[in-house]
Design a protein around this ligand. Structure first.
Ligand code: DOR
Ligand code: ZN
Length: 356
């Protein structure tokens, strides 16, 4: 990695091409509209399976992968890494087929009813023990959305309780299962992963490191800052920045960029999800520069995820430069507009090119 400074300030960096280890790209016109933002910035991405209906079979994942690849322009290099959506109906045979196919990178657990298209998720993960054992046998990672499903638990406490009630026993009972705790939001989750075994990792979004929960209510309700799991307290935000910038190899980049049209966000019952794909690397660069840890961005964005997934590190490079650039008020999400993160405001860094 190379960092150029002017007057003691980093102004330009080049590093190994990055990957996004947690991404929603949807389907159809929205897929075609949002995918270019990711292709510009990342070489690979873990594609979330929460379509409607969800991607529950190898055949569905193969077809979805084909639709994604059809949106990759000739000459561009982008590899979608496919996942299956765990349901109560997922069988051991499904996992065996997934492992044999060579097409499925991981299986995603959604706690039923907690977020976008999670109604077919699983209420009690431990009803899936046979499937979990199959994942362990085939060394296929389980990606978890870490929130307990109980409606009587405070919505800001659901991640912390998930770690104690679900994740810790899961790791104990399946001693070789590899788990990624997705989009962690709390100091306690960061501490748990940091102290955990090498087979446990976590992704961290840019928005959870840039905002705390006050941003949900700044001057009124802010639907474009609503995501799940929720933004948390300032001390949690700081703990996430500390974890990401620590150089610990089991924290890595996952944007959880999740496009929803403006009208579905600005609604009496708005959808969960924040769109950051248009500025993903720029935002992480801002966070790392602010923390005085730019030299550790490459590990977090380009090395550690590949290492955990046992994939080769990328050989191309990506360059970013410090330069204010404005984010538009809206972008096209296909047939309708969407509101990107930082709409109408500035980014501090901009993309200055990639070399594959
Ligand atoms: O905020 C979120 N949006 N969290 C999720 O887990 C899903 C995602 C989406 O698909 O919109
Ligand atoms: Zn997600």
């Amino acid at each position: 990695m190379e960092i150029e400074e002017r007057d003691g300030m980093p102004v330009r960096l080049s590093m190994a091409q990055a990957d996004d280890w947690h991404l929603h790209v949807r389907d159809g016109a929205m897929l075609a509209a949002v995918l270019p933002d990711t292709i510009q910035r990342f070489r690979r991405a873990i594609i979330m399976p929460n379509l409607h209906p969800p991607v529950t079979t190898v055949a569905a994942a193969r077809a979805y992968r084909g639709r994604i690849l059809a949106c990759v322009p000739p000459g561009a290099h982008f590899t979608p890494l496919m996942t299956l959506y765990l349901t109560a109906a997922t069988t051991v045979a499904d996992i065996e087929e997934a492992a044999a196919s060579g097409l499925i990178t991981a299986v995603k657990y959604y706690p039923a009813g907690q977020t976008t298209n999670s109604d077919q998720g699983v209420a009690d993960l431990r009803r899936c023990d046979a499937v979990l054992a199959a994942l362990e046998r085939h060394d296929m990672p389980l990606l978890v959305h870490g929130e307990v499903v109980d409606a009587d638990v405070d919505v800001f406490a659901r991640e912390e309780l998930f770690v104690a009630r679900v994740l810790a026993p899961l790791l104990a009972d399946f001693p070789r299962l590899r788990v990624v705790m997705e989009h962690i939001t709390t100091a306690s989750a960061a501490a748990f992963v940091s102290a955990g075994p090498p087979r446990l990792a976590a992704t961290i979004t840019a928005h959870h490191m840039l905002l705390n929960r006050n941003a949900l209510f700044e001057g009124g309700i802010r639907p474009h800052h609503y995501c799940r799991p929720l933004l948390q307290k300032e001390e949690d935000r700081r703990a996430l920045v500390a974890a990401a910038t620590s150089g610990h190899p089991r924290f890595f980049l996952g944007t959880d960029s999740a496009p929803h049209t403006r009208s579905t966000k600005e609604s009496a019952c708005g959808c969960a999800g924040i769109y950051t794909a248009h500025a993903a690397l720029e935002l992480y660069a801002e966070i790392f520069a602010e923390a005085g840890a730019l030299a550790r961005l490459e590990g977090f964005a380009s090395h550690f995820g590949a290492d955990f997934y046992r994939l080769p590190r990328n050989t191309g490079t990506v360059c970013l430069e410090r330069c204010a650039s404005a984010v538009p008020q809206t972008v096209s999400f296909g047939t309708q507009p969407g509101v990107p993160f930082r709409a109408g405001m500035n980014l501090q860094w901009r993309l200055a090119g990639t070399r594959t």
